[in-house]
Every structure is written in C-alpha cells, then in structure tokens.
Design a protein around this ligand. Structure first.
Ligand code: DP6
Length: 323
C-alpha cells in the first residue's frame, strides 16, 4: 500500500503535560492523563510517491505554511528512519473543527499523521510503538492514539514513554463543554512554552507533585468519583498556569472571560452541578461535567457575555485507519 487515510480525535488533559526532560525526543517531565474528544477529528491522507523530491502538505485544501510543512516533514523523517524507507510523501489533512473552536489541533494532527504514514507504507506497528512515534511529533499526540481515557508515562527512554488506554469511551459519559472566550490563534505555541517551563521556580514543585495528582485523578476516573476528579483537575490546571505565568518570559493565556468562567464553575458545583474547569495553552475554558449536567452547563455558559461560542464533546475513540 502506498496511500492510507487515518482519523484521530484531539484530547483534553486532566493532568497536564508541560515541560520536557528531553526536548528532541519529547520525553515529558511528568506523566499526564487525558480524554479523547469524540465530536472533533482530524483526517489525514499520506501518499508515499516514488520520485517526489520533497514532502508536500495541504491543510483543509490549502498549501500549508512553511513552519507547519517543516514540522510535518521532520516527523516523516522519523517515520522514514523507523521503516527504512526513502520516499517523500504528499500529505493532505482536514479538521472537522474550526481553528477557533478552543481545541488544540496538534494532538489529533500528529496522531492521524503517524497512523496514516505507517499504514500507507504497508507496515503494522504495535499501538504502543505508534504512541511513542506520535509523541515525537507533538507530545499530546501520543495520547490521541489509544481509545477513550488515556495515560502517558514519563520515562528516561523513547520506548518507555508511551501512552495507553485505561478505560474506553463508554466507561463514563463525561462531557467537555468548551466555553470559547477567543477565536484567535494562540501567540505562543506549546513547543516554545515547554522549553521555558524550567525557567519557572514553580516547575520543580509542580513536577514533584504530578505523580500523586495523576494517581488520584486516574482512580477518580476509574471509580467515577466526580468530586475527587473536580478538585484534582482544577488544581492541576492552575498549577500549570502558575508555571506559565512565572516562566521567563512569562506566558499569560487567561483572558478576563476565562477568569469569569473559572470563578463561576466552582460555585455551580457547590450548587450541585457536577462540573469542573481546565484550560490548556489558551484562554478557552473546558468545563468537564457529567452528562446529566451538560445542558445546564451549556445554557449557563451561553448566557455569559464573555463566552463567544459553546461546543460540546463526549469521550472519543482511538486513532484509526479509515481507508
Ligand atoms: C497545555 O503536545 O501541544 O495542552 O509537544 O510541543 O506539540 P508539543 O506540545 P503539546 O502540549 C500540550 C500542552 C497542553 C497540556 C496537555 O495537553 O497535556
């Protein structure tokens, strides 16, 4: 086979990945944990073409920027090396979610690219190895390869820092109700942020406590214990943002509207709604809730003037070859 298409979902981290021990291999400073997002996906077709002199990349039908093309080509280099092939590829990628939807796209993009590129070469690798390859393209992409609720281990070696599912999407019908505060593309990409994480005096403390938070979060998910989940998810998000804000140079991702939602969500929880917040490297607030609370959370968010859009997703499946 020379051509294959794969589909992957983005994910929302409950325990965050921020900072690497090894930037080139993307060996993370701490373990992380996430849920795939069903409503959104990236679909990527890779065609290895003999005689092509360079890789070329199209995103949503348009030629990609130089930066994106270089990052994809560097990832294809890793795959060429692993598979022992020396051919360039035409890559076409489509997102079914808009750029400003509050969903980071690199996780789904590099998960789909990895799975499609390997399948197009006619190779079959274990899911574990696919997660390690995807990880080198974008750290969080490792978590978009397996299904449902996924853990990604921090380790000293490429082989040991892999991701695996610990519960399928049907395990717990949680919803991610995303309060979009800004549709603007983020100014500082995660890649640069990971490199400055260690300049914050708070990063060593965040990393030191990460395994304990990971264990609490994982167990709360396994036991469907929302109260415990809510506390640890909000704390972990706040810790990551504290590191971001105290890095050199500092990174501020929150906007006033983000804080409005972050102040309301714990109040709503006190009133009996199963909801908590978490924010990635951007101003949009992911409100994680149980399915019975989702409609109420959505309408409360829609009523806020700072919220420009609200999107709802449920737990998603794995990265898969579709054709
Ligand atoms: C804040 O995986 O996007 O979303 O490896 O440089 O592509 P790169 O970074 P990326 O970082 C994700 C950061 C985060 C937290 C998380 O998803 O765990």
């Amino acid at each position: 086979m020379q051509k294959a298409t794969a589909r992957a979902h983005p994910n929302i981290a409950f325990i965050k990945y921020w900072g690497n021990c090894d930037d080139d291999l993307r060996l993370p400073s701490n373990p992380s944990l996430s849920m795939n997002l069903a409503g959104a996906h990236t679909e990527t077709t890779v065609e290895w073409i003999d005689g092509l002199t360079a890789d070329d990349l199209e995103i949503n039908g348009q030629p990609a920027t130089e930066d994106a093309s270089q990052r994809v080509s560097a990832h294809l280099d890793r795959i060429r090396k692993r598979l022992g092939i020396d051919v360039h590829a035409h890559v076409a990628s489509e997102n079914n979610f808009p750029m400003g939807a509050g969903i980071a796209s690199s996780a789904a993009a590099f998960a789909a690219l990895t799975v499609a590129a390997v399948a197009a070469a006619g190779e079959t690798l274990t899911e574990r190895e696919l997660t390690t390859i995807a990880r080198m393209g974008s750290g969080s992409a490792s978590r978009s390869v397996p299904t449902g609720f996924v853990e990604w281990f921090a380790a000293d070696t490429h082989e040991e820092s892999y991701a695996q599912s610990f519960a399928g999407p049907d395990h717990w019908n949680l919803c991610d109700v995303i309060a979009v505060i800004s549709r603007e593309h983020k100014k500082t990409v995660s890649q640069a942020g990971h490199r400055t994480a260690m300049t914050s005096d708070l990063q060593p403390a965040r990393v030191a406590g990460a395994q304990a938070r990971f264990d609490i979060c994982r167990q709360a998910l396994v036991e469907r214990d929302f109260a415990t989940l809510a506390t640890v998810v909000e704390e972990d998000s706040n810790l990551m943002h504290a590191v971001m804000m105290t890095s050199r140079p500092p990174l501020f991702y929150w906007l006033p509207g983000s804080l409005t939602v972050m102040q309301l969500v714990p109040e709503w929880r006190q009133q009996g709604l199963n909801v908590c917040y978490t924010l990635d490297a951007g101003p949009n607030v992911h409100c994680i809730c149980t399915a019975d609370a989702a409609d109420e959370v959505r309408s409360r968010l829609q009523a806020l003037s700072e919220v420009v859009d609200v999107r709802m997703t449920t737990p998603g499946g794995p990265a898969e070859v579709t054709r």
